[in-house]
Write a protein that binds this ligand. Sequence first.
Ligand SMILES: C[S@@+](CC[C@H](N)C(=O)[O-])C[C@H]1O[C@@H](n2cnc3c(N)ncnc32)[C@H](O)[C@@H]1O
Ligand code: SF4
Length: 319
Amino acid sequence: MKITDKSIMFEPWTECNNLCKFCYLGQVNRNTPDEKKIENVKKIMSLIDEHFTGIDEQYKALGLIGGEFFQGQMKNPEVKALFFEMCKKVFDLIEKDIIRDFWCYCTLTIGDQEDLYKLIDLFDKTVTDKEKHHFWILVSYDTYGRFYVPGREENWSKHMLNLQKYSFIRFNVTSIFSQDFCEKVLSGELDLIAFQKKYKTHFFFKQPTASMDFDYNEPFAKIHPNWFVKRKTFLDFLVKLKKESKDLFDSVLNIEQRADDIVQSVSDFVPTHRDKETWEETDMEPNPKCGHVTYYKCYADSDECCLCDYLKIKNQDME
Ligand SMILES: C[S@@+](CC[C@H](N)C(=O)[O-])C[C@H]1O[C@@H](n2cnc3c(N)ncnc32)[C@H](O)[C@@H]1O
Ligand code: SF4
């Protein structure tokens, strides 16, 4: 079996009830009708069959991303049965060594997460011990716009700690380097190293982007002043991370932690490809100044590219 480092993410639906203030999905994540969820999951199952039948390579990972799955989004029994059937297909591929890792995005902010715990049990029963450590829970932690409803951060923390009872599960936390996040790290209010230890996890730091509902006539920075990061704040954040931890610094915009292909219901299942060599996404416009996609032009107060700034600081030792 040829080992490849390719990874693919499927998005069965965009519905989510956390309604983060910044969510790039905008209003489309408020509700996905059950019929649409059923149609989408069936479509993904056939894509998985097409994609992984008769191949003679092992994929690094297959992921599922919402929206959200485990906070009441599967009240309809047919939706739930199909979702579990789809996951069982993936777990069988792991057991057959066609896929190495399963990445499951979850939000963990509302309710008892009963369906998530059931899914872990299904994985535990389907996959033998030698492949067990291939279950990844991908969660997000943001200091601005995510935990604004009282109790949600506590629920997130409670489940993060409770999930540690499954010793085979591995965790990764995505945090967006918003202005608010960087300020909290710089002031010491948020200790990233202690956080990693407490939750037995690693970070992936992602740039803030605009949501689908972004009104380009209205400066987003005015609506959400703590969201888009100021250039100086981001540079200070990078310098602090570089000084304190190579591991944390390497987690900023780390392309290796991102899927190569993303197949979203929201884009009619037309795959988006991320080129890991050029850091570009096929459907995005390149920045004429540097060639990186405009996605990285994320500062509140400057048109510079945050990826160029990151690479400059990363390469400083080599100069
Ligand atoms: C759409 S969410 C779906 C998975 C899950 N509900 C979560 O929040 O982790 C996927 C990732 O996109 C991030 N995201 C959402 N809106 C964003 C934005 N405007 N800019 C950058 N990242 C964003 C989230 O924080 C999360 O890490
Ligand atoms: S939890 Fe994820 S999908 Fe839900 S609103 Fe927040 S970022 Fe969007």
